[in-house]
Design a protein around this ligand. Structure first.
Ligand SMILES: Nc1ncnc2c1ncn2[C@@H]1O[C@H](COP(=O)(O)OP(=O)(O)OP(=O)(O)O)[C@@H](O)[C@H]1O
Ligand SMILES: [Mg+2]
Length: 146
């Protein structure tokens, strides 16, 4: 990841609206190396799906990006990246994540964005970027790179 956005995220970036979170995520998309997983940590409503919407826009995905909670995984193809959006909320065992055959979907250049990554902690690729999302105040959400 380009050093400036990386340094900013390590210090923590606070956004004042969903649109600002999406704009930040689009910047991350532009700087993110191919074949990288992005683990989006944080509670209900903290902005994980909102962040993935911005990532998708940054990659040039044109279709809508919604929460994949009920189908676990959604694929978006763009000229620059295959974006695989996984919501692990309902996953309860390592067996369930293996049954998804996710690695078969990861055709380079890919980006795997994961909501509730702690559910599949043992499965995460070694080169995963971990982002911690939190709500600082109403509308103000903080995003920090571990
Ligand atoms: N600064 C902000 N950044 C991101 N979202 C914000 C911000 N301010 C307000 N919001 C609102 O917070 C909500 C975040 O919802 P979102 O679905 O992205 O969360 P989530 O972490 O994916 O939740 P879930 O755990 O249910 O999947 C949206 O309604 C969004 O408009
Ligand atoms: Mg979500």
């Amino acid at each position: 990841m380009a050093s400036s956005i990386c340094d900013k995220l390590r210090a923590g970036v606070t956004t004042a609206s969903a649109a600002q979170t999406q704009a930040l995520a689009a910047t991350v998309a532009a700087a993110l190396p191919p074949d990288t997983a992005l683990a989006l940590h944080g509670n209900l409503g903290v902005g994980k799906t909102t962040f993935v919407q911005g990532l998708a826009r940054g990659f040039g995905v044109t279709g809508p990006v919604t929460s994949p909670t009920f189908n676990l995984c959604t694929l978006h193809r763009s000229p620059s990246r295959l974006l695989v959006h996984l919501d692990a909320y309902r996953i309860e065992s390592a067996r369930e994540v293996e049954d998804l055959l996710l690695e078969d979907f990861l055709v380079s250049p890919w980006c795997l964005a994961i909501e509730w990554p702690e559910k599949i902690a043992d499965w995460l690729p070694p080169a995963t970027w971990h982002l911690d999302l939190s709500i600082t105040a109403a509308e103000r959400h903080t995003i920090r790179l571990r």
